[in-house]
Design a protein around this ligand. Structure first.
Ligand SMILES: NC(=O)c1ccc[n+]([C@@H]2O[C@H](COP(=O)([O-])OP(=O)(O)OC[C@H]3O[C@@H](n4cnc5c(N)ncnc54)[C@H](O)[C@@H]3O)[C@@H](O)[C@H]2O)c1
Length: 494
């Protein structure tokens, strides 16, 4: 209720040149009276029976390509089964907004706020279970703009889901599903495709393109020199403004290729095809691109949103276990930020599967949608990163993987947050993956000096992201230098 299904469906119908059907309206016509009066007189069961009958008919009807479904229709097993043959879009809406739009109009289930919120919560899980595409609340034209991507979904392997990402500077589809890489799935379809990948990924997860630019694997190649190599390869191969860079690999390739796309001829499109867990849950989304300088990680970069992200969890099958473990630290970080069902899932300690990755993607996209340029809310994504980055830099980016350093950084952040039981639980989750809970190879002073140089520093102080509880994570905290030193000493081993 109140998500904008009817308006969205009309806008989509107009784009397709067809009439959009609205199951509530069709039902009223059939009942010969308003839904409200039928509902009040006959009760909800009678109403649902009539609704089910009509919806099944609409879904089977030839030439009815767009149907706005009444909010309760998916409560029926038979309707959910019939939806399997269709592309189902879940228009997400916050309960607050839904109530604002749906209440005061006599709708039988939108009369009492408590009951409304309860219903909303119950139904969301049901909607997610049938949805092929998740569209966050947007303007009424979002559906129309998402249409090309929705159509591409039809040619994706079964089970692929589309999540619509939107931020101030742009919006793009995220396709998430097993088998996308092997199927050679790609979007958008226009322009020549320049695949930028690293040597390891080129062997493990070969990806089709018009040209292939292969860089050396590893953080030590995410440099200005690495960028020059890619930029010159693009120029030599004759890449033009309308072409697309496909970044196929982990976060290193994603950041590097994204950066090159952002600056090549002042900016061409790029598509992220993340193949590491770090990239699938974090780095491929949000448009941060860049390279490292000897003076600091990610010190030269630019915001450049991708045109699409193609995320295939089955590509992780060839990822070495240590890399999977490193990515797991970002999963834990994201789950702490999200709280709710994602944290509940992650704290059980299972393998990060497509569902967990989807939860991480939605969390990251929601944060970025609020604050694309890192002015406030987005800084929560840096949970564990201030000290994590310092550990990486203090050990010359050679001793620890990014995620391994973040794992240790998370423990420092939780200590500074004063959340002991949570710190212990997170420590256990990380250790169970074989992640080290302490660092060596650099001194505490080295790490603290690098924390001071953190690029998030403002007005001479380095703000920390702290955790009140899972789902309650806030940026911008001052921390006591002595407490910081103690927390870093605690995770240091000789
Ligand atoms: N832009 C962002 O918002 C953001 C966020 C988080 C991290 N990052 C960046 O991401 C980088 C770390 O990413 P990463 O951990 O993916 O590192 P990575 O790109 O170096 O990948 C890790 C290793 O796994 C290999 N690999 C990747 N996919 C594989 C596959 N499917 N099969 C076999 N081998 C595979 C790579 O060749 C590499 O050796 C860092 O540079 C970090 O700064 C960026």
């Amino acid at each position: 209720m109140g998500a904008g299904k009817s308006t969205g469906a009309r806008s989509l119908g107009a784009e397709l040149g067809v009439e959009a059907l609205d199951s509530d309206r069709e039902l009223e016509q059939r009942l010969g009276e308003p839904v409200e009066s039928f509902f009040d007189r006959e009760g909800e069961d009678a109403f649902r029976a009539r609704e089910e009958e009509l919806v099944l008919e609409l879904l089977a009807r030839e030439g009815a390509p767009v149907v706005a479904l009444g909010g309760g229709a998916v409560g029926s097993d038979r309707v959910r089964e019939a939806l399997g043959a269709h592309t189902v879009v879940h228009l997400e809406v916050e309960p607050e907004e839904a109530w604002r739009r749906a209440s005061g109009k006599g709708r039988p289930l939108a009369r009492d706020r408590g009951r409304f919120d309860q219903l909303h919560g119950d139904r969301v899980a049901l909607y997610d279970s049938v949805a092929d595409a998740l569209l966050p609340p947007g303007d009424r034209d979002t559906l129309r703009r998402a249409l090309p991507a929705l159509r591409r979904l039809e040619s994706a392997p079964a089970g692929t889901r589309l999540v619509w990402a939107s931020a101030l500077s742009g919006e793009y589809p995220v396709f998430l599903g097993d088998g996308l890489v092997a199927a050679g799935f790609f979007h958008p379809a226009d322009g020549r495709r320049f695949v930028v990948t690293d040597e390891t990924v080129a062997r493990a997860q070969p990806f089709e393109g018009d040209e292939r630019i292969v860089v050396m694997p590893g953080e030590e190649h995410k440099t200005i020199h690495g960028a020059e190599f890619v930029l010159r390869a693009l120029a030599e191969a004759g890449a033009e403004r309308g072409d697309v860079v496909a970044a196929v690999g982990g976060g290193v390739v994603g950041d590097l290729a994204g950066f090159c796309a952002a600056v090549y001829q002042r900016g061409i499109r790029h598509v992220q095809v993340p193949t590491s867990l770090v990239a699938q849950v974090d780095s491929a989304y949000g448009g941060k691109t860049g390279v490292d300088l000897p003076e600091g990680k990610n010190y030269a970069g630019v915001f450049h949103q991708p045109s699409a992200v193609i995320c295939d969890p089955s590509a992780l099958e060839t990822l070495p276990p240590e890399e999977l473990a490193a990515g797991y630290a970002e999963v834990v970080k994201t789950a702490l930020i999200a709280g709710g069902p994602l944290w509940a899932r992650v704290r059980q300690g299972g393998e990060p599967d497509a569902e967990t990755i989807l939860g991480c993607v939605r969390t990251k996209l929601a944060v970025v949608a609020e604050d694309e340029r890192d002015a406030g809310r987005r800084q929560v994504l840096n949970l564990g990163h201030t000290v994590g980055h310092a550990i990486e830099a203090a050990t010359a980016y050679t001793r620890y993987r990014h995620g391994e350093a973040v794992a240790i950084g998370l423990l420092v952040a939780l200590r500074l947050s004063g959340r002991e039981p949570l710190r212990a639980e997170v420590g256990e989750l990380l250790a169970a993956r074989g992640l080290a809970l302490t660092f060596s190879g650099a001194s505490v002073d080295d790490v603290l000096a690098l924390v001071e140089r953190d690029k998030k520093r403002a007005g001479g102080r380095v703000p920390f992201v702290l955790v009140e509880a899972p789902g309650d994570v806030t940026p911008g905290h001052d921390v006591d230098p002595a407490a910081l030193r103690a927390a870093v000493e605690e995770v240091h081993s000789e």
